[in-house]
Design a binder for this molecule. Structure first.
Ligand code: UGA
Length: 443
């Protein structure tokens, strides 16, 4: 293999590590610079601090092309293209906090003939400001569209790659486009601000799609229709598309929540009231709470009841708890006087400090033991394998709310469980009996 362009990555978070590992896999030498020393030390030992399927393996497979350092000088000595992959979390006002980006830009400085490639999600206009303040550093906007849990595949098989440059920096845009060219995806060249807007608009649109189908689901419940059939019927229309039409208990994660509010604030700061996004946010917040009403339909009170949460992470195949619906749900349940037992195959350790008073059960069955109700929050594959006959015997009252429309409702119901889903015909609104409680009553 001929010598490939060496690459620098600033930030060993989820985006930085995936980007670094995938470019290494494509044959590039990659230096990753991270300020947190312990993180660098653990990466040097071959320990990957985040859960992303296949990432540890890819990092160890490409260990000879990857190096991790706290020293920005080491990165600058090697690389011409410097990918900035630092976090831009929301501030209390809903704007993006750019302090990590600013620190990275200062530390990079203005080395000759180098380009900063912005992967972090930043407000529209950020690139232009950085370019104005650092006139000798070329600037490329190259937003990432990876999803947690499928990030490696998303990197290697992107739908498109955005490369945004302003006049004078075309050489850097060409170099970035050349990096992605082997992936065979369309490369969209724009100015910097348009590229920044593509990222925010894409996430906001996907979030809107989810809030839309969630509202359709809520209306389906009122009118006796089934949202999964409705989504299927809608999604086959090419203009609509079937992806991101899955109703549930609301979108979570750091990105949609953060980017929808960042776009709303960006518009507001420029004098435009982005009305639609207010509704997208509100619908999502209310959706997380609708499960409470479903439980109340079947249980006289939640006081003293044990409720099992199946899944905690904001989606499967990650231990990321940011924006997870489980956080809101657990707090609401506790607020109503219930005790909460939870199980997540990978997120329990991350979740425990965020959910005071919640019992981390260690297995789904342990969480369900003696429970008066269960809520499936995250669609981990292993929940489909549960032995529902066993579940009925272990639960105090067999009531299950499937917050992701993930389970085979017929199989669950035929085991004797009262099964509720989202936007689908529901069980009678009667008090649930059966399970351990019914057995005790018989005695
Ligand atoms: C999202 C985008 O999908 C990525 O393209 C983007 O790069 C990323 O944000 C980012 O900005 O970094 P991610 O947050 O990892 O990716 O997760 P998604 O798979 O998009 O799911 C987000 C949330 O929406 C999850 O809670 C998921 O359960 C929910 N969702 C998703 C639904 O409720 N219904 C759906 O049909 C799809």
């Amino acid at each position: 293999m001929s010598e490939r362009e060496p690459i620098g990555v600033v930030g060993a978070g989820w985006v930085g590590l995936v980007t670094a590992a995938c470019f290494a896999e494509l044959g590039h030498r990659v230096v990753v610079r991270e300020i947190v020393e312990e993180k660098v030390e653990s990466l040097q030992r071959g320990e990957v601090p985040i859960h992303e399927p296949g990432l540890s393996e890819l990092i160890s497979k490409n260990a000879d092309r990857l190096s991790f350092t706290t020293d920005m000088g080491e990165l600058l000595a090697d690389a011409r293209l410097i990918f900035v992959c630092v976090q831009t979390p929301p501030t209390v006002s809903g704007d993006a906090d750019l302090s990590a980006v600013q620190r990275a830009v200062e530390e990079i400085g203005e080395p000759d003939g180098k380009a900063l490639v912005m992967k972090s999600t930043v407000p529209v206009g950020t690139g232009r400001t950085i370019r104005r303040d650092e006139p000798d550093l070329a600037y490329v906007s190259c937003p990432e569209f990876l999803r947690e849990g499928t990030a490696l595949k998303d990197f290697m098989e992107p739908d498109r790659v955005l490369v945004g440059t302003d006049p004078g920096d075309e050489w850097a845009g060409d170099a970035v486009a050349a990096l992605y060219q082997p992936l065979g995806a369309p490369i969209v060249r724009t100015d910097v601000s348009s590229s920044e807007m593509v990222k925010l608009a894409s996430n906001a649109f996907l979030a809107t799609k989810i809030s839309f189908i969630n509202e359709i689901a809520n209306v389906c419940e009122e009118l006796g229709a089934d949202v999964t059939d409705v989504a299927k019927g809608m999604g086959l229309d090419d203009r609509i598309g079937s992806r991101f039409l899955q109703a549930g208990i609301g979108y979570g994660g750091s990105c949609f929540t953060k980017d929808v509010s960042a776009l709303k604030m960006l518009a507001a700061n420029s004098g435009y009231h982005f009305q639609l996004l207010n509704s997208v946010i509100e619908v999502n917040e209310l959706q997380k709470r609708r499960v409470m009403a479903k439980l109340s339909r079947h249980l006289d009170t939640l006081v003293g009841k044990r409720v099992a949460l199946l899944g905690l992470a904001f989606k499967p195949d990650t231990d990321d708890m940011r924006g997870a619906s489980s956080l809101v749900l657990a707090a609401r349940l506790q607020g109503e006087g219930a005790t909460v037992a939870a199980f997540d195959p990978v997120a329990e350790a991350v979740a425990a400090p965020l959910m005071p008073g919640v019992e981390m059960a260690g297995s789904a069955i342990a969480a369900l033991e003696g429970a008066d109700a269960a809520v499936l929050v995250t669609e981990w594959g292993e929940f489909r394998e549960l032995d529902w006959g066993d579940v009925v015997r272990r639960m105090s009252t067999p009531l299950l709310v499937d917050g992701r429309n993930f389970l085979d409702g017929e199989a669950v119901r035929s085991a004797g469980i009262t099964y509720e889903a989202i936007g689908r015909p529901s069980a009678e609104g009667t008090r649930v009996a059966g399970g351990r409680e019914a057995e005790q009553a018989k005695r």
